[in-house]
Design a protein around this ligand. Sequence first.
Ligand SMILES: Nc1nc2c(ncn2[C@@H]2O[C@H](COP(=O)(O)OP(=O)(O)OP(=O)(O)O)[C@@H](O)[C@H]2O)c(=O)[nH]1
Ligand SMILES: [Zn+2]
Length: 372
Amino acid sequence: MVTSGILGSDADIVRAQVERAISEMRASRPVVVRRGDRAVIAFGVDGIDIASAEAAAALGTAMPHLLLPAARLRRLGLDRTQPARVALPQIAAARIEALALTIESRIDAPVSPVDDIDEAALELARLALVVPAVVMVPVPADAVPAHVLSVDVDGVMAYRRLEAKAIRIVGRAPVPLEGAPETEFVVFRGGEGLRDQVAIVIGKVDPAKPVPVRLHSACLTGDLFGSLKCDCGDQLRDTVQWMARNGAGILLYLDQEGRGNGIANKMRAYRLQSQGWDTYDADEVLGFDLDQRRFDFAAEMLKQLGIRSIDVMTNNPVKIAAMTEAGIEVHAERRVIGRATDENVRYLTSKRDRAGHAIDADALLASLTARK
Ligand SMILES: Nc1nc2c(ncn2[C@@H]2O[C@H](COP(=O)(O)OP(=O)(O)OP(=O)(O)O)[C@@H](O)[C@H]2O)c(=O)[nH]1
Ligand SMILES: [Zn+2]
C-alpha cells in the first residue's frame, strides 16, 4: 500500500525508521526489533549501559541472550560460519565483555541458532559501524516503552539494497588537482547509512567507450597522512595521475573506512596488529569477517554518470565481481600497486593470501630490498 503522508510513502517511513535505528545504535541506545507480535530489545555491546539492559530484562519473560557473529565465534574456539546465540541468565558485564570483546576468551556455554530478529539486530550493528555483538532481551510487545525506537525486521534486511538505488547527486563542482587540472568532484548522498560518496571525474570522460574507473575505499591514515601501514595513499594519487596522463577516468572515493568497519574499529584492529595479529585476524577478534564492504551503490553512481563499461583499476576480485553483478561491464582490469614498506609488506601479502588480491608480492618484496 502506498499512502502519502508527511514522511512520504510506507516505504519511505520504513527507511526513516531504519535510519533512526542506526543512529540509536551508534549512540549506544537500545532499539526494539520487531516482527509481528514478537519484540526484542537490542543493545549493541559497544558502549552498552548495563543498568538499562538490566531494566529491559526486568520487563522480559524469556531469557536474554548475547548474539555473536561467526567471526567472533571462531575466535572463541567454535568452528562456525553462521552467527549464534549464547544464553545470558544474568546481564553480567564482565561475561558479556569476555565473550564479545576480550582477545583470549573461550566460549563458556552452549550456543544456539539465531532467528530473523537476531539477524536484523546484527545487520543494524554493522550498519551503525559498531562492534557486531548484541545483547537481546525478548519482551512482550505491549511491554515495550514508548520512548524506545522500534524497527521492523523486513525493513532492516531490505535497507542496504533499497538504499543503494536511492543514491542521488547532491552537489558538483570543478576542483583542479595538481597534475589533473581538469577535474570535477560529484557528490552523491545515499547508500549505506546515508553517507556522502564522491565521484572524482578526471578529464573528458567518453561514456561511449570503456572508462578507466577506480573504486577507492576511504583510508584516513593512508590517503591523507601517508601511513606506512598500507598502500592506499599511493594507489589514490598514482591512479589520479595515471588517469590525467591517459586522458580521462573516474575515481569513486567511497566512505568505507576500514574495509567498511569504520575508523574506530580500524584503530582497534591496528592496536591488535601492533600486538602481532595480521589484518584479517585482528578484524576477526572484533567480530568482523574478511570484508564488510558492498559496492552495489558504487555501480549505481557509475550508472547515474552514464557509465556502463569500465576498465577497472584494482587488485581486488570482489570489486570486479560486484561491478559485473550490478550490470557494469568490466572491459579490462588494471592492477594498482603502491610502494612496499617494511610496515605494509605483511598487510599486502595477507591481502594476497587470504582475500585473493592479485598482488605480485614477490615483486613488491624485491622492490623493497632493492631500495635498501
Ligand atoms: N579493517 C581494516 N581496514 C584496513 C586496514 N588497512 C587498510 N584498511 C582499509 O582497507 C580499505 C582499502 O581500500 P581499497 O584500497 O579501496 O581496497 P582494496 O580492497 O585494498 O582493493 P584495491 O582496489 O586492490 O586497492 C580502506 O577502507 C582502508 O581504510 C586494516 O588493517 N584493517
Ligand atoms: Zn590504507
